[in-house]
Ligand binder design. Structure first.
Ligand code: GLY
Ligand code: MN
Ligand code: MN
Length: 442
């Protein structure tokens, strides 16, 4: 189906979701006649005229990827959805363009030269809810900022992607693929973390400021830093492992992909662990299906991580004992994954229902971001890992795991940092479709 048609259907779905959210809010005793979504304000650094890199509010970006701050969207059931676009009359900066997006053909658009004028044009509207962070802007239209029930409905509805959104997620993966290939080749050629980062940008043609999250590219022990942000300019002389976690966005929708490459000098046990995590990740992706609580998949991942650690000889106790004593947690200290969309860690992952009842993660797994039951149209990441993290290893050694671990082997593996394999997976009526693996082979 042409992207224009996908987008029109996407807009239709958004209008239905907005209508349902307003109705649910009214039923909960908080009635509104319409809602206003603010693209967001520009923030300046303290005592400076330089702005923070601007990021559009994701509820706004769901409707269209209009660059720049200050725009407004208005929705009410009578008039539908309208864009109040702000194009400042200014000779310092260029007014950014939207880059071929179909919104201009499908969305009623009113143009203003300032945010004040756009807000004035809304001054006859009463009973508004406001989505956005800027309470002063909300005040200008006498709107209530982010009413709880309304927001819970909006967040929940973002969990089920439309075909347009899946198209954007696929495009994001397609655009990230050459970056991952270039980093893989660059790792083989012994480039530094900094050079590999530049390779990713060069091969994807992306500006760093447009990436959905900073690239994570770590040689050896730095692969153990979950969100490693530094970029060393020297490659290590002995190169054992390279972890890259990097994605790009398409029309606001992100991909989130991790690969771990081992080099010839890695110990055989580390090579076996990498192969084991890769196979485990494939099994977990295959297990994704509608109706499955994501928590079950996360707990299964821990069981299979325990099996692998026993098999390779890192653990000296059996699988059941390791799980009962929580010994896998320091080796796999993050959640199996998260919802993905306009935000890399997308909203609504811990909701039980559209009304906003929360589903907390198990007590021992506080970092699990998705506890929601999987349903058709959701997109989640599946990203198991095994790491040798100094802080957690020392705690384990001095605490509950002193007798359960082969410390000699852990010392040998520590220099390899860790392994994470991550793909983005669509829940389909029959099971799942891996959106990223066909484009970024393992
Ligand atoms: N790239 C961040 C994450 O995987 O959650
Ligand atoms: Mn992720
Ligand atoms: Mn990631």
């Amino acid at each position: 189906m042409p992207v224009d048609d996908l987008y029109q259907r996407h807009l239709d779905r958004i209008e239905r979701d907005f209508g349902a959210a307003l109705e649910a809010s009214a039923q909960a005793g908080d009635p509104f006649r319409g809602l206003v979504i603010h693209a967001g304000p520009e923030f300046l650094y303290h005592r400076d005229d330089q702005p923070f890199p601007f990021r559009t509010d994701p509820h706004f970006a769901r409707v269209l990827p209009q660059p720049g701050p200050g725009h407004l969207l208005h929705y009410c059931p009578q008039r539908g959805l309208r864009l109040f676009r702000v194009t400042p009359q200014d000779y310092w900066y260029e007014s950014p363009a939207r880059g071929g997006h179909p919104a201009s053909k499908h969305l009623e658009t009113l143009d203003f030269s300032s945010e004040e004028d756009a807000l004035d044009a809304l001054s006859d509207e009463v009973g508004l809810a406001f989505v956005g962070s800027d309470a002063e802007v909300a005040d200008e239209v006498d709107a209530e900022v982010e009413p709880v029930v309304l927001m819970a409905w909006l967040d929940w509805s973002r969990g089920m992607k439309t075909d347009y959104e899946v198209h954007c997620l696929r495009e994001a993966a397609r655009r990230a693929a050459p970056g991952h290939a270039a980093v893989r080749d660059g790792a083989g050629a012994g480039l530094s973390e900094r050079e590999l980062h530049f390779e990713f940008l060069r091969a994807t043609g992306e500006l760093e400021v447009d990436l959905p999250y900073p690239t994570i590219i770590g040689w050896n022990e730095k692969a153990a830093v979950l969100h490693y942000q530094s970029k060393r300019s020297e490659a290590p002389r002995s190169r054992q492992s390279l972890l890259i976690d990097a994605g790009v966005s398409h029309w606001g929708y992100a991909c989130d992909i991790t690969r771990t490459w081992v080099q010839d000098s890695a110990p055989v046990e580390f090579v076996a662990l990498r192969e084991g995590v890769e196979a485990l990740q494939r099994r977990l992706v295959d297990a994704v299906r509608p109706g499955l609580p994501y928590v079950d998949l996360h707990l299964r991942a821990h069981r299979e991580v325990a099996e692998l650690l026993v098999e390779v000889g890192v653990l000296r106790v059996g699988v059941d004992e390791a799980l009962a004593r929580g010994i896998t947690i320091p080796f796999f200290p993050h959640g199996l994954g998260h919802h993905l969309g306009l935000q890399v860690h997308d909203v609504g992952g811990r909701q039980r229902d559209p009304g906003g009842t929360l589903l907390e993660p198990p007590e021992d797994h506080p970092h699990l971001r998705t506890t929601r039951t999987l349903d058709v149209g959701q997109v989640v990441t599946i990203e198991p890992g095994i790491y040798f993290i100094d802080l957690l290893i020392e705690e384990l050694r001095g605490g509950k795991g002193g007798d359960a671990v082969n410390w000699t082997l852990v010392e040998e593996l520590r220099g390899c940092g860790g392994i994470r394999i991550e793909d983005d997976v669509l829940v389909t009526p029959d099971g799942s479709e891996d959106l990223t693996r066909p484009l970024v082979p393992g």
